[in-house]
Design a protein around this ligand. Sequence first.
Ligand code: AMP
Length: 282
Amino acid sequence: MTLLVHDKSAFRNACEDARARGLRVGLVPTMGALHEGHLALTREAKARGATFRVATIFVNPSQFGPDEDFSRYPRTLEADIAKLRDEAVDLVFAPAPDAMYPEGFETHVEVEKATLPFEGAHRPGHFRGVTTVVAKLFNLTGPCVAVFGRKDYQQWRVIERMVRDLDMPIEVVGHPIVRETDGLALSSRNRYLSDDERTRALALSTGLRAAKTAYDMGERRRDHLEATAREIVAQAFDVIDYVSVAHAESLAPLAEGDVGDNVVMLAAAHLGKTRLIDNLAF
Ligand code: AMP
């Protein structure tokens, strides 16, 4: 049975009760508008030994910038619950914004270096909102394991950093990106795309794959790898925020020249009003 709660203390009690029954709590935080990518995370939690699976659905206002899509972000709670019920997720927490950020709220969690480039550079305040809400969800849930998607690659690495630095007793898992058969990474934001934009959106994953092919054939020069992907993305997208190679764990910028062998290529670009991200580890 899947239980839906909106209330913070009811949620905390249900998680406490599960732990008292000796269950291993697994957490999957989401913003809803659920698709196969999210559902794969709930299955991963089970594969990691979670015997009580919790999903949270919260469109977190503090991680959206003033010009971003907070108000139009898709909210499909009923359909989301039905999908989680089909996956036999045990508990769903869907709090109201005031419950998470009551009057007088003034404490934040900030990860430093890992949040500076890429998403952090293009979305000021974004990661501060993410780490703060994830820390709150961790405290409310008390999970043994928490599953995130590598679709938000930098977010996954930032949360790993937070958990290590703050000694949170939680295993953080990064699940591989779930894609459409043509390669487009699943995203709640894909539903914003017109038919024409949906066709053009494919250039993001195609560009990354072209760079990986070059890498696999021996290309190690950073500027060449980035140019290979960028050229393909630029043909289809309106604005590119970044198409960059970084160290796969620290996300530290790479020195000029060769990229080495533990790298990821990250990309973010706009199609009309929609901003898409994707990445590929080499
Ligand atoms: P969101 O609801 O977009 O905040 O995403 C919630 C979680 O689902 C995050 O950890 C995302 O990285 C993950 N996620 C979203 N899309 C995908 C995907 N296509 N494949 C794997 N994980 C995903």
